[in-house]
Design a binder for this molecule. Structure first.
Ligand SMILES: Nc1ncnc2c1ncn2[C@@H]1O[C@H](COP(=O)(O)OP(=O)(O)O)[C@@H](O)[C@H]1O
Ligand SMILES: [Mg+2]
Length: 229
C-alpha cells in the first residue's frame, strides 16, 4: 500500500482565457491518515486545488494521483464515480439538500456509490447522527430547520458515511465563533481517526493551523503565486 494517498507532480492550472497559471505545484504528497491543513489567502487557489484533487477541475499539465489512480486515465463519468467512492467532501456552505431529511442527506453518497453503501451497512447514518449528537426526533425532518451547528454535523456525517479514504473540507469553519470552531474540528478529527481517513482541510484562517498534524502554506508550494496580484 502506498503511504502517499495523494500525489501531485508538475501540476499547472489556469482558467480558460487566462494568460497565467494560478497554480504551479512542482510536487506535493499527502500521506495516509494525516490531518493536513493548507492555508492560503482568499483567492489564492485553495478551492481550485481541492477541485483538482477531487477530479472536478482538470490540470493543464502534470499528474494528479489519488489512491494510486492517475485521474487523467479516467473518463469524466469514471472520475465522478471515483470521487463519490473514495472522497467525502464538506463544502463551505455545507450544500445540504433542503428537500431531503437529515437522514437522507447523510445517506446521499450511498445512493451513488455501491462501495460506500456496502461499507456503511444499514444503520450507519443513524449511528453517525447519534455520535454527532443530533436528537433522534430530528432525523426524518427536513434540514432547513436546523441550526448552523447542526447543519455542520450533518455535513460531517455525510462526508464520513461509508468510510471514504479521504475527507476534503473547504473552509467549513469560516462562519463559526471560536468555541464552535474548536468543537467542530475535534469532532471532525475524532471521526476521521476512527475511520482511518486522511483529512485535507483548506482555510484562510491561520488560527486553526496548530490543531493539525501538518500545515502547508499554499504560497510556499505554489510557484505561480508570484505572478498573481
Ligand atoms: N470558474 C472560474 N473561472 C475563472 N476564474 C475563477 C473561477 N473560479 C475561481 N476563479 C479564480 O481563481 C482564483 C482562485 O480561486 P479559488 O480557488 O476559489 O480561491 P480560494 O478558494 O483560495 O479563495 C481566483 O482569482 C478566482 O477569481
Ligand atoms: Mg475557496
Amino acid at each position: 500500500m502506498n503511504p502517499n494517498v495523494i500525489k501531485l507532480h508538475n501540476l499547472r492550472f489556469r482558467w480558460p482565457g487566462q494568460a497565467e497559471d494560478i497554480l504551479h505545484i512542482p510536487d506535493m504528497q499527502i500521506h495516509q491518515g494525516e490531518h493536513l491543513f493548507i492555508q492560503g489567502s482568499s483567492g489564492s487557489g485553495k478551492t481550485t486545488l481541492l477541485n483538482i484533487i477531487s477530479g472536478i477541475n482538470c490540470p493543464n499539465a502534470g499528474t494528479v494521483q489519488v489512491l494510486d489512480t492517475a485521474l487523467a486515465n479516467l473518463s469524466t463519468i469514471q472520475r465522478d464515480q471515483f470521487r463519490v467512492d473514495h472522497l467525502g467532501v464538506i463544502f463551505q456552505q455545507f450544500n445540504l439538500l433542503p428537500y431531503l431529511s437529515l437522514l437522507e442527506n447523510v445517506q446521499l453518497p450511498c445512493w451513488f456509490s455501491h462501495k460506500r453503501k456496502a461499507q456503511a451497512g444499514d444503520e450507519a447514518a443513524l449511528r453517525l447522527l447519534d455520535e454527532l449528537q443530533i436528537p433522534k426526533h430530528l432525523v426524518n425532518k427536513p434540514v432547513n430547520a436546523l441550526s448552523v451547528g447542526q447543519q455542520q454535523r450533518v455535513a460531517v456525517a455525510r462526508a464520513l458515511i461509508g468510510r471514504p479514504e479521504i475527507i476534503i473540507a473547504d473552509e467549513p469553519t469560516s462562519a463559526l465563533d471560536t468555541n464552535n470552531r474548536n468543537r467542530f474540528l475535534e469532532l471532525l478529527f475524532s471521526e476521521a481517526n476512527q475511520q482511518g481517513s486522511t483529512l485535507v482541510f483548506v482555510s484562510h484562517d491561520p488560527h486553526i493551523a496548530q490543531k493539525f498534524s501538518r500545515v502547508i502554506e499554499l504560497s510556499d508550494i505554489n510557484h505561480a503565486g508570484e505572478t498573481i496580484i
